[in-house]
Design a protein around this ligand. Structure first.
Ligand SMILES: *Cc1c(COP(=O)(O)O)cnc(C)c1O
Length: 360
């Protein structure tokens, strides 16, 4: 049983059934039993968004969300191509750093962390520079909780016939993703955020037709998606996969389906996030962004004026809740509450009760 509810944006509080799945028998990853498990995980991942099931395939990697993001960028941005990275937070900036380190041509359209993506500038860059092959962005920028306007960005990409690569690490399984309308070539995600698995496995959903029409552009051995794609047709992997973590992801995906799938998870998160925002408003704690800008996954709040983050964090931890600090320049001004994982309304009620008792 969990003593503590995790309100950080991954790893999340898991259910007992997912925890138990990790205790299944030891498996060699070169045996058909593992291949069968991997193939079933791949099929279920591709079906989380029914629209993706036909044309996209989930490539499984052993590593955290960053591993999948870096594999996507390294493999899919062509060596003779050019990336336009759109940033308004830590995770967009990290992707710009990756593209640079992998030696690909890059341009960056930067916004401040409290601002939306600068889509006017994106459009201008695409008009002026026809050598740009890929636009790269973050779906849900976990730095602030903003759900970026990817619907608009995707429309621009579609119109200009430029491929979109998305970091969906903290949105996959909960927020809506449109594959065709956004001209999506690939999106990266992880087992241990909105899918409610445990850390250790991440994946990239890639448009399958690519693998036959373009060579790999990978600048890394471990992060080259092409060998994974090839071997995973039969359920195997070029390197040792996290077997027990795979059991947990498999169980978490079955659990997601039984609970009604992505749309039902969206509704559950929406209910929790609304309760959290309303509750904090009543206590007098204000959101960092305008309410309509948030995802259903996470909310950033201004720290109360009478307390430091450390004091607040310690008090809540003693009472069974782990909250999350702001990053970079927001470290001493905000805190964050994620509501992904096995969290119910009564957990949120206990959190709000607890907050009301906080007196620094
Ligand atoms: C959590 C997160 C990541 C990084 O995931 P790790 O598992 O910590 O490597 C990347 N992008 C976004 C948007 C995230 O929320």
């Amino acid at each position: 049983m969990n003593q503590t509810i995790l309100l950080n944006p991954g790893p999340v509080t898991i259910t007992e059934r997912v925890r138990h799945a990790m205790q299944r028998e030891d498996l060699c990853h070169r045996e058909p039993e593992f291949a069968e498990l991997a193939l079933d995980i791949k099929a279920r991942l591709a079906k989380v968004y029914p629209e993706a099931a036909k044309d996209y395939e989930a490539i499984l990697l052993t590593g955290s969300g960053t591993c999948a993001v870096e594999a996507m960028l390294s493999t899919l941005v062509p060596k003779d191509g050019k990336a336009l990275v759109v940033t308004n937070g830590v995770y967009g900036e990290r992707m710009a750093k990756m593209v640079k380190i992998h030696g690909k041509k890059i341009e960056v359209v930067t916004s401040l962390w409290h601002e939306p993506m600068n889509l006017i500038e994106v459009e201008n860059r695409l008009i002026e520079d026809s050598s740009i092959t890929h636009v790269i962005a973050v779906h849900h920028e976990t730095t602030t909780g903003r759900l970026n306007d990817v619907a608009k960005l995707g429309k621009i990409c579609k119109h200009k016939n430029v491929a979109l690569l998305l970091d969906c690490v903290s949105s996959f399984g909960a927020e809506a993703i449109e594959f065709d309308a956004w001209n999506l070539e690939g999106c990266a995600a992880t087992a241990n955020k909105c899918l409610h698995g445990v850390p250790g496995i991440s994946f990239v959903l890639v448009k399958c037709s690519l693998f036959d029409s373009r060579p790999s552009a990978a600048t890394s051995v471990y992060l080259d998606l092409y060998p994974y794609y090839k071997e995973q047709q039969q359920g195997y992997s070029p390197f040792t996969p996290a077997v027990h973590v795979s059991y947990a992801l498999h169980e978490a995906l079955i659990e997601l389906e039984e609970m009604g799938g992505q749309k039902a998870r969206y509704r559950h998160y929406h209910t929790l996030a609304q309760k959290i925002r309303q509750g904090f408003k009543q206590i007098g704690i204000e959101t960092f962004l305008d309410e309509q800008d948030y995802s259903v996954v996470l909310t950033s709040f201004h720290l109360p004026t009478n307390a430091t983050y450390e004091e607040l964090h310690q008090f809540l931890k003693k009472n069974g809740f782990v909250i999350y600090a702001g990053q970079g320049g927001l470290k001493s001004s905000i805190f964050r509450i994620a509501n992904m994982g096995d969290i119910q309304l009564d957990d949120v009620e206990r959190l709000l009760d607890c907050f009301q008792r906080f007196d620094a």
